[in-house]
Design a protein around this ligand. Structure first.
Ligand SMILES: [Zn+2]
Length: 88
């Protein structure tokens, strides 16, 4: 799995966004103004969506948000992911 991480200026109050690309890679946009700790937190949150296959799920977004936030997310299990960092 390939994931592009892009640090960029995002709209106000948006800390991170994830997009499934046509070639089955993912792009995670992170707000460039976040602190390192916040950026990691947001990144792990977005990764938990990807790992949970939320982008192909028909479960309501708000329900998914609650499930992701409640789950004890463990930050291992990413050996199969290649990360590519970009700053724009
Ligand atoms: Zn979320």
């Amino acid at each position: 799995m390939n994931i592009n991480i892009i640090l960029a200026r995002l709209p106000r109050r948006v800390h991170a966004m994830t997009k499934l690309n046509e070639d089955d890679t993912y792009t995670i946009l992170l707000d460039a103004n976040l602190s390192r700790e916040q950026a990691i937190k947001e990144l792990l949150h977005e990764l938990s969506h990807i790992k949970g296959n939320d982008f192909s799920s028909e479960t309501q977004a708000t329900l998914l948000e609650g499930m992701v936030r409640q789950s004890n997310f463990i930050s291992d299990g990413f050996e199969d992911i290649n990360f590519y960092y970009h700053v724009v």
